[in-house]
Write a protein that binds this ligand. Structure first.
Ligand SMILES: [Zn+2]
Ligand SMILES: [Zn+2]
Length: 362
């Protein structure tokens, strides 16, 4: 089968690999579509970032390589001997955290805190391939109302839902979302669907602001043109946002998230930074602000699937391109890295992309 294999920074190849077979409690799936995530870009440009140094989940692997991809929808083609919940032809998506199931946190259902937390497409081979192997316990059925493209958004949407939960957003709150990449856009839609009164979006790139507007943002702010703190103060009679969600994860985004929240505001950070931040201590203390973090997801997959199914979240505006697996570097990783103004989410099809909608209509 064809698979995209990561060997190191900027070292990615489309290889022919033997088709994998499932263990007793595993399922072999045919990948229909797999989205390129910001974390895949980090691995391509700077990796290994989250790819573990020791492959505890693939102990038999002598050399260090891995098939990336963790945002996919797929079809079951073979079930393991002890499989009970799935049959050939079932449409599925995968919970991408890999967890032991036995540690203190796993026992409480807090899988994202597992002592041996891993991830599909980082710690084990993922979805940028024709076929993949997934533990049965990680699979979720996709209903007919969630097509394959929508299914590929389940995982990032689960990240967004968890971030909104962790932010403590309440019905009627004013929210500021910092960064309108894929997660920021999904966070914004989840806030709107969950009863936020106003959702302001702060984003320097024009096309991303436009998409946020299309997706229902109450107001978009260009931080290159005006001070987001002042703009949001003006829009809220000086009170600013009750909650801000930082979907970027760098010093200036964090400062913006602090500035746009009002007194006793809550700041939730979901964007990942490898560098430490300076913290504006006085502003945080004097205004009794709270900072919290959100990492991945625990049990948000079912909610994500139902939000996609009942159209609380629209994904079509987020898809910049649909490409073949063989073009993943040239038409996927490179444009996403070099031209984020034009590209937001690119979907990869191991078995050729479907014909585009505007062509279908002709
Ligand atoms: Zn992801
Ligand atoms: Zn565990």
């Amino acid at each position: 089968m064809k698979a995209m294999v990561w060997y190191g920074k900027k070292d990615i190849k489309i290889n022919d690999m033997p088709e994998p077979s499932p263990g007793p409690e595993q399922v072999k799936v045919k990948i229909k579509v797999c989205g390129i995530c910001g974390s895949d870009l980090h691995e391509y440009n700077h990796g290994p970032v989250l790819i573990p140094h020791n492959f505890i989940y693939m102990p038999e692997r002598k050399e260090k390589y891995v098939v990336l991809g963790h945002e996919f929808s797929a079809e079951v083609v073979e079930t393991g001997s002890k499989g009970t919940r799935f049959k050939t032809g079932d449409r599925v998506t995968a919970y991408a955290h890999i967890f032991c199931g036995n540690c203190y946190y796993c026992k409480k259902g807090q899988h994202n805190l597992c002592h041996s937390l891993g991830n599909i497409g980082l710690s084990t081979d993922g979805g940028f391939a024709e076929y993949s192997i997934v533990n049965e316990k990680s699979l979720y059925h996709l209903p007919d109302t969630v097509n394959d493209d929508m299914g590929a958004f389940t995982e990032p949407l689960a990240v967004a839902i968890r971030a909104v939960k962790r932010s403590g957003m309440k019905i009627g709150d004013t929210v500021a979302v910092v960064g309108a990449g894929p997660i920021g856009q999904l966070v914004m839609m989840v806030c709107l669907a969950s009863g936020a009164d106003n959702v302001f979006v702060i984003e320097p790139m024009k096309t991303r602001r436009k998409i946020a507007e299309k997706n229902g943002a109450s107001f978009v702010v260009d931080p290159g043109k005006s001070d987001p703190g002042k703009v949001i103060a003006e829009l809220t009679s000086g009170l600013r946002a009750d909650v801000s969600i930082d979907c970027v994860g760098n010093q200036s985004a964090f400062e913006t998230a602090v500035k746009v929240t009002g007194k006793r505001g809550r700041i939730c950070i979901v964007g990942i930074s490898v560098k430490p931040f300076k913290v504006m201590f006085n502003r945080l203390l004097a205004q009794e602000k709270e900072i919290t973090f959100s990492n991945g997801y625990e049990d948000e997959f079912s909610t994500a699937i139902s939000m996609l199914s009942n159209k609380k979240v629209y994904i079509e505006n987020l898809i910049s391109a649909r490409i073949n697996l063989k073009d993943i570097v040239k038409k996927g990783f490179k444009p996403l890295t070099e031209d984020p103004e034009k590209n937001i989410k690119i979907l990869v099809y191991p078995f050729a992309p479907p014909i585009k909608h505007h062509q279908e209509k002709q």
